[in-house]
Design a protein around this ligand. Structure first.
Ligand code: AMP
Length: 177
């Protein structure tokens, strides 16, 4: 297991101004993903945090959350549940709509993705206003499951996304801006 070098992580996140809409500073993780040892250390650290909880599945958010969430699930030998943008999942779904930093969105989960009482950890690349993650927690809870922790690579502190998550869901992020 390798620890994340935080200076290196910080310099691997590229600011793209006015993307996807004017006024947004988009945190581009492409340089991070392109650096094998750094990417591995990010997965190792997220997996270590997740492993402090008793859980059976990793839940991750479409689409960049899948990159990190699937690798953490693989590393811990856990099941993986994708939460996808509306209309993408092929089987019966449960949905939830919410506000984004740049517009509205709706997410869905397969109705049989988890059993009542199952414990999960949520993974996404970035916590901004918290609407997406709060909606993901809501979907898991609608199916009778629980979210024991929410893990992010990046957190944008100035948007106070943590406050949107239920108080019993601890939030961990590897780097905060
Ligand atoms: P939010 O619901 O506002 O917390 O937004 C979080 C979701 O939107 C995550 O899945 C991110 O991938 C994406 N996102 C929001 N804001 C940004 C940003 N400034 N840079 C990159 N991704 C973002």
């Amino acid at each position: 297991m390798s620890r994340v070098n935080h200076a290196q992580l910080q310099s691997s996140i590229r600011d793209i101004l006015d993307f996807p809409t004017p006024g947004i500073v988009f945190k581009d993780i492409s340089p991070l993903l392109g650096d094998g040892p750094l990417f591995r250390s990010v997965i190792d650290e997220l997996a270590e945090i997740a492993s402090n909880t008793e859980l059976s599945k990793i839940v991750a958010i479409d689409a960049r959350g899948f990159v990190f969430g699937a690798a953490v699930a693989y590393k811990l030998g856990l099941g993986f549940i994708p939460i996808r943008k509306k209309g993408k999942l092929p089987y019966k779904t449960v949905g939830s709509s919410y506000q984004l930093e740049y517009g509205d969105a709706a997410m869905e989960i397969h109705i049989d993705a988890l059993n009542p009482g199952e414990a999960t950890v949520l993974v996404d690349d970035l916590l901004a206003t918290g609407g997406t993650s709060a909606s993901a927690v809501n979907l898991v809870q609608k199916l009778g499951g629980s979210v024991k922790a929410a893990l992010f690579v990046i957190e944008l502190d100035f948007l106070h996304g943590r406050a949107k998550l239920p108080p019993d869901v601890p939030v961990h992020s590897l780097i905060r801006f």
